[in-house]
Ligand binder design. Structure first.
Ligand code: SF4
Ligand code: SF4
Length: 178
C-alpha cells in the first residue's frame, strides 16, 4: 500500500535489521496470519501515495460505528491514506477481526482487478520463501472464489496493471466468485 521513492534494497536492509529471525506466516481459517505485523504496521500507517488505498467493507461489516472506525471514501469503502488507517491504535489494529476489511486479512496478498498479487515491500514477502506465498495465494483464491461474485467485485481494487509492476508481483490467480 505504502509507496515512496525508497527502493526494494532499502526495505530489504530495513526488514533484515528489524527481523533477525523468521516469524510465522500462515493461511488459517481464511486469514493470512502474519507475525511480522505487530512490529511492522507499515501498511496500516500513513501512506506516501497521493491516491487513497480503498478497502471495501461487506454489508455485514457496516453499522453506525463505521465512521468512527474508518476514514471513508464512501459509505461502504474504508480509506487508507496519508493519515494512515483510523482503526490503527498504539497496540495495533483496534478492531475485531470480523470488522476489518477483507483486504486486511489477506495482506500482503492483494486482490487487484480480481487477480491476486503479492505486495513485495512487506517484510514477510521479502523474508519468507515466495513458494509459501504462492501456496497461500491458492488457498486465498479458493476462499475468495466461494464468495458471491458481487462481493469479489466490491473488494477487488481497480488499478492499471502498469502501475503495479514496481511493488506488486502478479501471482497469476484470477478470482471470479460464484
Ligand atoms: S507490511 Fe506486511 S508485515 Fe507489515 S503490517 Fe503490512 S502485512 Fe504486516
Ligand atoms: S483495519 Fe486494522 S488491519 Fe486494516 S488497515 Fe486498518 S489498522 Fe490495519
Amino acid at each position: 500500500m505504502n509507496s515512496d521513492v525508497k527502493d526494494e534494497a532499502y526495505y530489504r536492509k530495513l526488514w533484515t535489521g528489524m527481523f533477525p529471525s523468521r516469524l510465522k506466516v500462515a493461511f488459517e481459517n481464511g486469514v493470512l496470519v502474519n507475525a511480522y505485523c505487530s512490529r511492522c504496521r507499515f501498511c496500516c500507517g500513513p501512506q506516501a501515495e497521493e491516491r487513497p488505498f480503498p478497502m471495501a467493507l461487506l454489508d455485514r461489516q457496516i453499522s453506525a460505528r463505521t465512521p468512527d472506525d474508518f476514514y471513508l471514501l464512501d459509505s461502504r469503502t474504508a480509506s487508507l491514506d496519508r493519515r494512515g488507517c483510523k482503526a490503527l491504535g498504539p497496540g495495533g489494529c483496534r478492531l475485531e477481526r470480523e470488522l476489518r476489511p477483507l483486504a486486511c486479512g489477506l495482506f500482503p496478498l492483494v486482490l487487484v482487478n480480481r487477480r491476486l498479487y503479492l505486495y513485495r515491500i512487506c517484510p514477510a514477502s521479502m523474508l519468507e520463501p515466495l513458494e509459501s506465498f504462492r501456496e497461500m495465494a491458492v488457498r486465498a483464491r479458493d476462499m475468495l472464489g466461494a464468495l458471491p461474485a458481487a462481493d469479489v467485485e466490491r473488494i477487488s481494487i481497480a488499478r492499471d496493471p502498469g502501475d503495479l509492476k514496481a511493488k506488486y508481483l502478479d501471482l497469476g490467480l484470477d478470482v471470479a466468485g460464484r
